[in-house]
Design a protein around this ligand. Structure first.
Ligand code: NAP
Ligand code: FE
Length: 375
């Protein structure tokens, strides 16, 4: 049994203002990785840029990261990290560290850019962790309550050409510092709030499912699931409520701490093609198969699941009813081409070794077929 999170996590309102001076430990040239809008909409840049200026930290903003970051944007980030604006190649990196701001997409992109730049990797080598010998320090500022990427060693990337989405992990990618402030999630709308919370819920449940589960994780799993169960509907009805935002962000951070140990399982592997092929958000892709996955795993982890529901004070049936109230819809039709092409990908994804029993191809096909026929 072990517990290891090397990230210093500051959690709460205004943590950046209070503890942001620690950023200066990592150098005086920051490379900021963001999406197009969220770093502005969330208010992070309004807090961060004056702080950096007050510490004489220079910065470049790289805002080209889109949802489910494409490997090509990581290459562009690597070039921008290491190259002068005029395009001149430099012997020395132009930046000392990375500040990644956003949902899981920019956070994961920041991690991947750090690894790619530090090891001068090409795109084809990004998943070859044997080549990942060093990384530039990463500082994470999440703006969604979902992935927990601010507390994990994972980066999940997509290839927009092959439509394959896959993650990799390396302890070098744990952020050095994370500033987790629920006020940065107040600008999230209904659907991103719902879907990201479902992603966090999935991480917490997968901690329980994984064959790398250990008892250190139990308090995080139980408390996290209870927080989501008790706060998600309230938050969806009152998106500006900082107390509900606080509770969802805590649960999301717990989910990150959990999967940093347990990793994810079939639940995530089966969801990736639903995102790349049908365009479902990451959280929704997990959510639409959540009940089927729990049914599949239940006989193998019954005691853990019973203990969880007893802690939350509900039954499994009540939990299923609650999921139904969230109206997580898959509107596509799963056809044979999808099944034939995507099932083998799911079967060989890295998370499949972590299921609580040996999942067979037919189990995956059955879940996809049930999903498609209900759409
Ligand atoms: P996301 O893809 O980062 O963002 C979703 C959308 O929300 C984007 O349009 C984004 O805008 C917007 N947004 C983010 N924060 C906002 C805010 N505060 N206000 C207004 N809009 C905001 O969503 P995510 O669900 O957090 O991340 C999903 C990705 O993380 C997936 O690729 C998933 O596979 C990965 N993931 C990683 C881990 C891990 O451990 N590393 C775990 C689970 C999932 P912009 O485009 O402007 O940013
Ligand atoms: Fe996830």
């Amino acid at each position: 049994m072990y517990f290891f999170i090397p990230t210093k996590i500051y959690f709460g309102c205004h943590v950046l203002k209070e503890f942001g001076k620690e950023i200066s430990k990592y150098g005086n040239k920051a490379f900021i990785v963001t999406g197009r809008q969220s770093a502005v909409q969330s208010g992070v840049l309004d807090d961060l840029l004056p702080l950096l200026e007050s510490m004489q930290i220079e910065y470049t903003i790289f805002n080209e990261i889109t949802e489910n970051p494409d490997i090509k944007s990581i290459s562009r980030g690597k070039e921008a990290f290491a190259t002068q604006m005029q395009g001149q190649r430099q012997a020395l990196p132009l930046h000392d560290f990375i500040i990644a701001i956003g949902g899981g997409s920019p956070l994961d992109a920041g991690k991947a850019i750090s690894i790619m730049a530090a090891n001068d990797l090409e795109e084809k080598d990004i998943y070859n962790t044997a080549l990942h010998k060093k990384a530039f320090p990463i500082i994470a500022i999440p703006t969604t309550s979902g992935t927990g990427s601010e507390a994990t060693q994972y980066s999940v990337l997509s290839n927009n050409e092959t439509k394959i989405k896959a993650g990799f992990g390396n302890e070098l990618m744990f952020p050095k510092l994370s500033f987790v402030d629920p006020k940065y999630t107040l600008s999230l709308g209904y659907h991103v709030t719902r879907d990201t919370a479902i992603d966090a819920l999935s991480h917490l449940l997968e901690g329980l499912y994984s064959n790398k589960y250990n008892e250190f994780l139990l308090p995080f799993i139980c408390t996290g699931v209870k927080l989501i169960f008790e706060n998600l509907h309230a938050c969806l009805a009152d998106l500006q409520n900082i107390k509900y935002r606080h509770n969802l962000m805590l649960a999301s951070n717990y989910g990150g701490i959990v999967i940093a140990h347990s990793s994810t399982t079939l639940q995530h592997s089966i969801g990736y093609p639903l995102t790349t092929v049908y365009g479902l958000s990451h959280g929704l892709a997990n959510g639409v198969v959540m009940k089927q996955i729990m049914d599949l795993y239940e006989p193998h982890i019954k005691k853990r699941l019973d203990d969880l529901f007893s802690f939350v004070g509900i039954t499994k049936n009540q939990f299923f009813d609650w999921i139904d109230t969230l109206e997580l819809q898959f509107e596509g039709k799963i056809d044979n081409t999808f099944i034939e092409k995507r099932t083998p990908e799911v079967m060989k994804s890295r998370n499949m070794t972590l299921n609580p029993f040996e999942v067979k191809e037919n189990d995956v096909i059955k879940i996809y077929r049930e999903l498609g026929s209900s759409g």
